[in-house]
Ligand binder design. Sequence first.
Ligand code: GLA
Length: 384
Amino acid sequence: MQGPYRIPGALQPFIHTQTMVVRSPGRINLIGEHTDYNNGFVLPAAIDKAVYVAVDKTGGPDCRLHSVDFNETVTVPVADIKPVPGHWSTYILGVVAQLKGKGFIVPGFSLTVYGDVPLGAGLSSSAAIECATAFALNELFGFGLSRKELALLSQKAEHEYAGVQCGIMDQFASLFGKKDNVIQLDCRSLEYTYFPLELKDAVILLLDTQVKHSLASSEYNVRRGQCEAGVAMVQAKHPFVASLRDVTLAMIEECIPAEDIVYKRCRFVVEEIIRLQEGCLDLLGGDLHAFGQKMYATHDGLSREYEVSCRELDYLVTAVRARPEVTGARMMGGGFGGCTINIVKKDGVEGLVSDLTASYAVEMGKELKSYLVNIEDGTSVIKG
Ligand code: GLA
């Protein structure tokens, strides 16, 4: 199958006649943060930054993995796969382990990976590499798994090999992305609808704090635990409640003491689930102003109630708030670094980036990076 996506030049030396190449993109999320593992809704889209894997059958007993970005090769017997915490290969090995765990016989293969999703920027480079690997091995060996099964398997690889108890958003967005569309995903049922993102004269601009979210995995798991603790408190009085998706603001007031840290964590999530549903109506009705205001409200909640922001993210959101060319902005993804997502009028982008680059260097002492992103299709075979 030949799609519209090209094989990056950096991968060309690793491609032979039989090689299959799979592209799997990073993602943005317009609104609905930290709601996926609470069975709420999210509104992600796949982007024009992606991970590519080139795979071949080798017939031997090993997986031979090569990273173009790290210029490193590792060879691991398929029979003896273990997590390698902090190493790029762990995401690939995690997927192989999941396939084996499902009872598939995984023959030897070679896999070369290259990507242009900035690492640690909150654009889900890890989900992209997991989904690229899962999709490629599924095609190469004909395991017959569906996209949904591949998303769930990749999420488990992240849990078990990367140690992050993530929700389903990133893997789902990478696999199910559709050009120019956002995905409204119900993380409880995994039902989803696409709708075209019509931003009129505006574009999506990501501002990268250049703070790598190193705290993210441990604090992320702590937040997840706090949400579960909140659900348990509510369940004492409302036994039908299974997750924060079923919880109302009134139940929080009734069941969780306001001075408990769990109170503000759960309040944020319940508010965010409501905000996303209202935000979708804004987008469908073309009311970008109302949507932008909700993005700011999400940021405030993530910063003050959920406490997953950082100085640099707060700085960037505060700095754009009063600018008329910006419709809305907030931190995006797990937090503690990475990017803000901004909806900005096309003709205001250049001036905004130039002003912010200068002030960010002075105030935060770091170089600001910015990316204009387009919404693209999800995972596919680009050479097979
Ligand atoms: C990370 C996780 C996702 C999601 C976001 C926050 O990206 O991988 O599952 O929880 O954080 O919305």
